[in-house]
Design a protein around this ligand. Structure first.
Ligand code: NDP
Length: 437
């Protein structure tokens, strides 16, 4: 078991230590600083710099909101609501990919229903005066602060569970406590037979919070100004289209690296519980107090371009999954697909077959789907125009994340498929951007 775990690790221990220490020490203060800059300091990094220069280290301690009971209540009600929807809403049974030790996770595909129930409930609570989403915006700092500490405790729970009560044989230790905590131990941790922890952290808490916060920002601007600027409308619409696409395709997401390869540890779970609600939503957070007016033509141009990118990104994922589902028999861009019939050996020594698509989007570059993903993020940020850099942080971060991910995925596929992957690289030589990289 330990051996299979070691084979999963694609970064050296040194890189793991460096990234873990930086994530642990830099990301929490960054989340707080980002929130502070966007909501209090006019989105200006310079304003914050001058504030620190004049007030010293104590200024940072002072601006860090302490976790509060209200923040705990908001997070707990939201988390329990999502967990109940995940468990109780009906959905088709779907199967994940076969794991390295031969397990096949079973899921209930009720993401779209959970998404609709969440958004309708949230808007109805506001509409009927039961709960005002502006409370969330007004206490955002405390909410992030509570999430930062709460998620750390949750990751310790995952580590202990991985050691004491793993849910399946897809679990193991690398023999190094830091790597185990950081990259995680279990691939498919569950509470009981049905409650899948990664579906909860990644999809129902993390991705769902993205849509909920996008709406929150929009409602806050409306309550503050009595209207919503076209920049905010474009930003919120694009983010909602993106998250809607995500839940529409959620069962497909259960076949991706996040779920099928990355174990439940600090890297993925803390990221989904804290980083997604804070950093991913940050362009909208900025727009609340910066109601830029784009004019109808520009607003429509950005909106349509963003939707097109989200569609292309969706179509890339769909094409790969349809190709695998039909065993390479379906048409790709109206033609029979060109493909490589690869084989690989599982950790238990079994030889298995797999298909690699080398035409359609997957013939342009090996990770072409990251291009529209990054461009979509650019289009929902650009309504903020160019007065400040910080709203673009997510686009920059995403670009670095996806370039690193493409390398991690290539390394993993090379060790999985050997000569077949080399053949794929010969046929499709570019990693992300056709003709360039
Ligand atoms: P995927 O897991 O969907 O795709 C990579 C996997 O697909 C490989 O590990 C390999 O798995 C298989 N594969 C690779 N090449 C081929 C091929 N030519 N034909 C068939 N199968 C192939 O990638 P991601 O998880 O990175 O991305 C999924 C989606 O999530 C994308 O839309 C991406 O943009 C988005 N995303 C968004 C992020 C964000 O933070 N906003 C972060 C990461 C992803 P196998 O072992 O099965 O062969």
């Amino acid at each position: 078991m330990a051996e299979s775990k070691k084979n999963d690790i694609v970064h050296s221990p040194l890189v793991t230590y460096a990234s873990m220490i930086s994530l642990l020490t830099l990301c929490p203060p960054f989340v707080i600083l980002l929130w502070y800059t966007m909501t209090v300091a006019d989105g200006s990094v310079l304003n914050v710099f001058y504030y620190f220069r004049n007030n010293g280290y104590q200024a940072f301690v002072d601006l860090w909101p302490k976790p509060t009971l209200l923040a705990c209540e908001i997070i707990a009600v939201y988390g329990v609501f999502e967990a109940v929807l995940q468990l109780l809403l009906p959905g088709k049974t779907v199967y994940g990919p076969i794991s390295p030790t031969g397990n096949r996770p079973v899921y209930k595909a009720n993401g779209v229903a959970a998404y609709l129930v969440t958004l309708v409930t949230y808007v109805a609570l506001w509409w009927f005066g039961i709960f005002n989403p502006t409370i969330v915006y007004d206490h955002l700092g405390e909410i992030y602060s509570t999430l930062i500490f709460g998620s750390l405790i949750f990751c310790i729970f995952l580590y202990i569970k991985g050691h004491l009560a793993p849910s399946s044989s897809d679990s193991g230790s690398s023999g190094n406590i830091i790597i185990d905590f950081y990259w995680g131990m279990e691939l498919y941790p569950r509470i009981g037979k049905y409650f899948d922890i990664k579906v909860f952290t990644n999809c129902r808490f993390g991705m769902m919070s993205w849509a909920v916060l996008a709406l929150t920002y929009c409602i806050k601007q409306y309550e503050e100004n009595g209207k919503v600027a076209d920049s905010m409308l474009v930003n919120t619409t694009l983010m909602l289209v993106y998250v809607t696409k995500f839940f529409w395709w959620e069962a497909g997401y259960w076949n991706t690296m996040d779920i099928a390869h990355d174990r439940a540890g600090f890297y993925i779970c803390w990221g989904c519980l804290v980083w997604v609600p804070s950093v991913y939503t940050s362009p909208g957070m900025y727009l609340v107090n910066h109601p830029v007016n784009l004019g109808t033509q520009l607003a429509l141009f950005i909106l349509v371009s963003g939707i097109l990118c989200i569609y292309i990104n969706y179509d890339c994922d769909r094409q790969r999954q349809e190709f695998r589902r039909t065993n390479g028999k379906g048409l790709v861009w109206g033609r029979a697909p060109s493909k490589i019939e690869a084989s690989y050996t599982t950790t238990s020594g079994e030889t298995k077959k797999s298909l690699l698509l080398t035409s359609g989007w997957w013939g342009l570059a090996r990770h072409f789907h990251y291009v529209p993903e990054i461009l979509a993020a650019f289009f929902w940020t650009v309504p903020a125009l160019f007065s400040h850099f910080l709203p673009y942080f997510y686009v920059v971060f995403l670009t670095i994340l996806l370039f690193d991910r493409a390398k991690r995925d290539d390394d993993r596929c090379r060790s999985k498929y050997g000569k077949y992957w080399k053949l794929y690289c010969d046929r499709v030589p570019y990693r992300i951007i056709p003709g360039i990289y």
